[in-house]
Design a protein around this ligand. Structure first.
Ligand code: GRF
Length: 199
C-alpha cells in the first residue's frame, strides 16, 4: 500500500510516521508529502528523508475543489492508496473524499466528540477537563465527525500548563498514529456503520 501524508506546519506527526516507516513499524510506503503551506517545516522533513514532496498554495486556485483536484492529480501519479492528514489545517472537499472513500485518516488532539475544531488542546485546558487525549479517525466532509479508529487518554494534572499539556498530547499522537496507520495499511480496520472494529 502506498500512502501520502498531508501536513500544514511543524510536521511532528509526519516525523513520527517517517521514523515508523523506516523502522518497518508501518508496513506501507510513504510516497508523497503534501502541504498547503509552501514554507511548512513538514516539507523540509520530507526533503531530509528523501520523500517526494509538494507545496501548493490554495491562493492560486479559485475554490477548494479546484485546489483538491490539482492535488488529486499528483496522488494518482504517485499511485497513492490512502491519505494521512497530520496537522493539515484545511477541510478537504467532498469531491476529494469521494475519490478516497474511507481511505483518509486524521488525528485530532482531543477525545472526540469532545473539543472539536482547530484548538482541541487549548479548549480542553481552558474548560478545566481532567482527562483529554488524542483521536485517530476517518475523515468525512463534516469536520472531526468520522468514525473513530483509535484513542488514547491524557490526564491534565494540577501542575499542567497549556504548554505542558500540548507536549503530552503530541507524545501520545506520535505513539498512536503510526500504530493506527499500520493497522489500516494491513487491512485490520473494518468499518461497520459509524463504528470501526480492529480485527
Ligand atoms: C497536532 O496536534 C494534530 O493533532 C493537529 O495539529 C497538530 C499538528 O502538529 N491536527 P504537527 O505538525 O504534526 O507537529
Amino acid at each position: 500500500m502506498n500512502f501520502a501524508v498531508f501536513a500544514s506546519g511543524h510536521g511532528g506527526n509526519l516525523q513520527a510516521i517517517i521514523n515508523a516507516v523506516k523502522a518497518k513499524k508501518i508496513k506501507a510506503h510513504l510516497k508523497l508529502v503534501v502541504s498547503d503551506k509552501v514554507d511548512a517545516y513538514a516539507l523540509e522533513r520530507a526533503r531530509k528523508a528523501k520523500i517526494p514532496c509538494l507545496g501548493v498554495s490554495p491562493k492560486s486556485f479559485a475554490d477548494r475543489e479546484s485546489f483538491d483536484r490539482a492535488i488529486l492529480e499528483h496522488l494518482k501519479k504517485h499511485d497513492i492508496d490512502f491519505i494521512v492528514l497530520a496537522g493539515y489545517m484545511r477541510l478537504v472537499s467532498g469531491h476529494f473524499i469521494d475519490q478516497y472513500p474511507d481511505k483518509v485518516l486524521n488525528i485530532h488532539p482531543a477525545l472526540l466528540p469532545a473539543f472539536k475544531g482547530a484548538y482541541g488542546i487549548r479548549d480542553a485546558f481552558a474548560y478545566g477537563a481532567k482527562v483529554t487525549g488524542v483521536t485517530v479517525h476517518f475523515v468525512v466532509e463534516e469536520m472531526d465527525a468520522g468514525a473513530i479508529i483509535m484513542q488514547q487518554a491524557v490526564t491534565i494534572g494540577p501542575k499542567d500548563s497549556e504548554e505542558s499539556l500540548a507536549r503530552k498530547i503530541h507524545r501520545a499522537e506520535h505513539q498512536i498514529y503510526p500504530k493506527a496507520i499500520d493497522l489500516f495499511a494491513r487491512g485490520k480496520i473494518k468499518l461497520v456503520g459509524n463504528k470501526t472494529i480492529i480485527k
